[in-house]
Design a protein around this ligand. Structure first.
Ligand SMILES: *Cc1c(COP(=O)(O)O)cnc(C)c1O
Length: 442
């Protein structure tokens, strides 16, 4: 980065600081990953400079021969990897991707979206009222059963009553295998489209360690930057089942992206997606996907030994959700303490959470990024030990009041105590020394 150093040492320094942070901690936010050096290089190429509004061979500007080849390559690789007949590779992020599907299929203020409530592990863009998806379209949100899993009987009853035009499955905080076949049965029964948003698990699907929704859903959406390990970006796939239901689905989605929601695609991003798709179709990636799950299962097993309460009792995928109520600490305080110990994850609500979203009962974490660095089952034993030691330092740091101002004051006090805590600093040092054995791609 010699040119950046000369032009703007301030930004150069910030990039270097972030590189150091990513190297020295255990990155356990389950939606994050370390993309490859090849992907990073592609993002920084001259493809960034081009305008390519439109689609291959149907562009509004000249000079798009290479852009056409890039986009076609990304399309072909997606079709092959996921086994779908049609894809749009242009959505700039996951949120636009889902909004585009709704605009393609639903009439605003009339047709209903049915998605899992955010408080139970759904995504904002699955019809939450705070999101554009819930403002433009009426939505009905389902929850989980008492066993913290999808309750298909309740789901069917709700779908029959509400008659949504689209049912969304695929989640952000659900540690179990998704039974796409059962979702499809319900969607087919009420005549709804089934959209599987596999943003979190696309890498697991590509690697063959999670069932694919392609035979069951009409539309499959995914971001490219989570377990799939590509650049930020997104894909909207139409399955054969989708085309059978509506032969115009592909065209409707293309039109919803441009002119509907976006202008020019980011060609450097599209090229980097193509690179990531090539990487994801290798035997090496299959092993990576398998290891993600092995690591998550091992971590769950080790955390059980320290009396951590795992939502649904464990995990089948890359993600763990823990209810910390029995540790007398809330997720916000725990996430801060863990960060001080070099373990980066996020606070999260748990099913039927009684605590407020800003200070929820749980934490959410996963193994995609640490597995990219080469960590194996034996390393999960260490991580569980560090996590437990860090949480022990903040046991009892919870709120016994509902008063907002008092809560804020207590939180600030806990923050100071965490910043001063010597044990947490000691763990962070151990974590840093450990992490340096596992280089990150830059
Ligand atoms: C991450 C995610 C999205 C949104 O992706 P952004 O790129 O952050 O907009 C959508 N759906 C699900 C299920 C996700 O996990």
């Amino acid at each position: 980065m010699k040119q950046l150093l000369t032009t703007d040492p301030e930004v150069y320094d910030l990039v270097k600081q972030e590189e150091k942070r990513q190297r020295d901690v255990l990155e356990m936010i389950p939606s994050e990953n370390y993309t490859s050096g090849a992907v990073l290089e592609t993002l920084g190429t001259v493809l960034n400079n081009k305008y390519s509004e439109g689609y291959p061979k149907k562009r509004y500007y000249q000079g798009n021969e290479v852009a056409d080849a890039v986009e076609t390559l990304a399309q072909e690789r997606t079709k092959k990897l996921f086994g779908v007949p049609y894809v749009n590779v242009q959505p700039l992020s996951g949120s636009v991707m889902n909004l585009a599907v709704y605009f393609a299929l639903l009439e605003p203020l009339k047709d209903k979206i049915m998605g899992l409530s955010l408080a139970f592990g759904g995504h904002l863009t699955h019809g939450q009222p705070q999101s554009a998806t819930g403002k433009f379209f009426p939505s009905v949100l389902y929850t989980l059963g008492k066993d913290e899993r999808i309750d298909f009987a309740a789901l069917e009853e709700l779908a029959m009553k509400e008659k949504p035009k689209i049912i969304v499955c695929g989640f952000t905080a659900y540690p179990r295998i998704i039974d796409f076949k059962r979702f499809a049965k319900i969607a087919d029964k009420v005549g709804a489209y089934l959209m599987a948003d596999i943003s979190h698990i696309a890498g697991l699907v590509a690697g063959g360690v999670h069932p694919s929704p392609v035979d069951y859903a009409h539309i499959v959406t995914t971001t490219t930057h989570k377990t799939l390990r590509g650049p930020r970006g997104a894909l909207i796939m139409v399955t054969q089942k989708g085309l059978n239901k509506n032969p115009d689905l592909g065209k409707l989605i293309d039109t919803a992206i441009i002119p509907g929601l976006q202008g020019g695609p980011h060609d450097n991003q599209t090229a980097a997606i193509a690179v990531a798709l090539k990487e994801a179709s290798t035997a090496k990636f299959k092993k990576y996907a398998q290891q993600i799950v092995l690591n998550a299962k091992k971590l769950a097993e080790e955390l059980h030994k320290y009396d951590f309460k795992l939502i649904s009792g464990g995990t089948d995928n890359h993600l763990l959700l823990v209810d910390l109520s029995n540790k007398q600490v809330n997720g916000a305080v725990a996430a801060l303490a863990l960060e001080a110990a070099g373990i980066v994850l996020n606070k999260n609500g748990v099913p039927f959470d009684k605590k407020p979203p800003f200070y929820p009962s749980g934490i959410r974490f996963g193994t995609p990024a640490i597995t990219t660095r080469g960590l194996k089952e034996r390393d999960m034993v260490k991580i569980a030990r560090w996590m437990n030691a860090a949480i022990e330092e903040v046991k009892g740091f919870d709120f016994l009041t509902d008063d907002k101002a008092e809560r804020k004051a207590m939180f600030d006090d806990y923050k100071k105590k965490i910043a001063r805590n010597k044990q947490l600093k000691e763990i962070a040092k151990e974590v840093r020394d450990f992490c340096r054995k596992f280089p990150i791609p830059v």
